[in-house]
Design a protein around this ligand. Structure first.
Ligand code: HEM
Length: 128
């Protein structure tokens, strides 16, 4: 965690890879039996929001906040029952998407995934 970085993760990973990741991720989420009941909205809209958010999360331009204000992700997730099991499923879908787009065995990718693991655990708001 004390590793020094000269570039932001956003620059290291790049917009193209980030977009590919989000494109690979949501079809898995919508197909996951534990997650799909929560995702009833338009897939293209959640993909768009997630691209804006992750751009900002990785140190790129603050695209999410420009449109939606402070991220406050924990608060924005309160309407959804996020159990430890669902957090695990979310991360598994993300892990598969990382593999699919070639972000594993890559230092920037590993660092990014570790941060997602931390945020996913913070999002848990109810028991299994
Ligand atoms: C831990 C398991 C998680 C579950 C079950 C979950 C579930 C959801 C659901 C149901 C929505 C609303 C979808 C819709 O509007 O159709 C949502 C929105 C969102 N989630 Fe998650 N989420 C999780 C973790 C995360 C994490 C770790 C991040 C970021 C690193 C994240 C970022 C977002 C963003 C950016 C939105 C859009 C917020 C908005 O409406 O502006 N989520 N999530």
């Amino acid at each position: 965690m004390s590793e020094k970085r000269l570039q932001t993760l956003y620059e290291e990973i790049g917009e193209t890879k980030l977009n590919q990741l989000v494109e690979a991720f949501y079809p898995k989420v919508y197909a996951d039996p534990d997650l799909s009941p929560l995702f009833e909205g338009d897939m293209s809209e959640i993909k768009r929001k997630q691209k804006l958010f992750l751009t900002q999360f990785l140190g790129g331009p603050s695209l999410y906040s420009q449109e939606f204000g402070p991220p406050m992700m924990k608060q924005r997730h309160i309407p959804f029952e996020i159990t430890p099991k669902r957090a695990e499923c979310w991360l598994n879908c993300m892990g598969q998407a990382f593999e699919e787009v070639g972000l594993i065995n890559n230092p920037a990718g590993e660092f990014f995934y570790d941060r997602l693991k931390q945020v996913a655990s913070i999002m848990v708001n109810t028991g299994d």
